[in-house]
Design a protein around this ligand. Structure first.
Ligand code: COI
Length: 349
């Protein structure tokens, strides 16, 4: 289908240096919008970034029918801009929308909107290895009606923000043994707002106890590791990279997938399988070198230096020669064009 996207340009960029601005605070100048009504997407447009006006009756405000994605665009060494794996993000977006009874966005509309918006605002990509344009496509149920129902109307938008490092230092995480993020049959694999809102309370408790994040465990036994607050998790133990499988209760992370492929190409042993916190505990008790890290679009690779299991803090390896940094470097090299993009991950504008 051929979508025409009307563009209204903002004439001036108001902020120059974004290096001191925290993640997700500074919008770029433009945003994409489209409305869904009577079974069709209408009014596809790029406009200057601005607040929304919504009725207090708007369904998403009450029942949580919201879905989002998190993607990044990078400045390549040769000056071109690339959006990293937009088709993989689109697939996940579609699955999330299906799970939340929301209408699909046609792939060509999604890609064209991204392309045009990123092209317009690419000058916001900060310099430096960590610099990226964080891209946030999202959809909300926009029908104004208080009754509990699937909305008949939706708003699909894409906004962007210049991004530097998400976590400034290695993380301290706590194995969660009381609360759950997701259970079998729930929405754990969907990137829907409710998953994040429901995670705040346990995360705040962990923070009050001196940790940065929780390490979620399975809902039945509170034993098998799932993911961490904003990212998937990986462990490197005995020369093997281990990460929980896509069981339906965790997100199918794009960074997770990319790192697994990169690690495989490096000849690293990979195991996508359930991993009990007891296995990590016993490796650490045995004095083994254990690397633990989060993997996500915003976080990229977030080294974990402490894992709290029960009342005990265990130290993981975060030395400079850790495998996680090598994987991160490989990923970066593909994104900035230093090494060939053999997987066709870079969508070059
Ligand atoms: C991302 O990594 O893109 C996320 O969506 C996680 C977080 C910023 C909520």
């Amino acid at each position: 289908m051929d979508y025409t996207i009307n563009v209204t340009l903002q004439t001036e960029r108001n902020v120059k240096d974004t290096s001191k601005i925290p993640f997700g605070v500074q919008p770029t100048e433009h945003m994409f919008m489209a409305e869904y009504k009577n079974g069709k997407w209408h009014n596809t447009r790029i406009v200057p970034f601005a607040d929304l006006t919504l009725s207090p009756f708007t369904l998403c405000l009450h029942y949580g029918q919201t879905v989002f994605e998190g993607m990044k665009a990078f400045a390549m060494n040769d000056g071109r801009t690339n959006i990293f794996r937009p088709y993989k993000h689109y697939q996940r977006f579609s699955l999330s929308l299906e799970r939340m009874c929301m209408p699909q966005v046609p792939e060509d509309l999604f890609i064209e909107a991204l392309h045009q918006l990123v092209q317009l605002d690419a000058n916001w990509i900060p310099d430096g290895e960590d610099g990226a344009l964080y891209i946030r496509p999202f959809m909300i149920a926009s029908e104004g009606r208080i009754g509990v129902k699937v909305s008949d109307e939706y708003l699909f938008m894409i906004v962007c923000s210049p991004a530097h490092q998400y976590y400034a230092k290695a993380l301290k995480v706590k194995v969660e043994d009381r609360f759950v993020r997701a259970a079998d049959g729930g929405t754990g694999a969907a990137k829907c707002g409710g998953n994040y809102g429901a995670a705040f309370y346990p995360t705040e408790l962990a923070k009050a106890a001196g940790y940065d994040q929780v390490l979620w465990t399975d809902s039945r036994h509170h034993e098998f590791i799932e993911e961490s607050g904003t990212m998937n998790v990986m462990f490197y133990i005995d020369n093997t990279l281990i990460t929980p499988p896509l069981s339906g209760t965790i997100l199918d992370g794009v960074t997770r997938d990319s790192l697994l492929k990169i690690a495989k190409e490096r000849g690293i042993n990979i195991e996508e399988r359930s991993i009990s916190y007891r296995e990590i505990q016993s490796a650490l008790d045995d004095g083994k070198r254990v690397e633990a890290f989060g993997a996500g679009t915003a976080a990229v690779i977030a080294p974990i230096e402490v894992i709290a299991i029960g009342n005990k803090d265990y130290n993981c390896y975060i030395g400079k020669d850790a495998i996680m940094y090598q994987l991160q470097k490989d990923l970066l090299n593909i994104r900035n064009g230093n090494t060939p993009d053999s997987h066709n991950w870079n969508y070059i504008i």
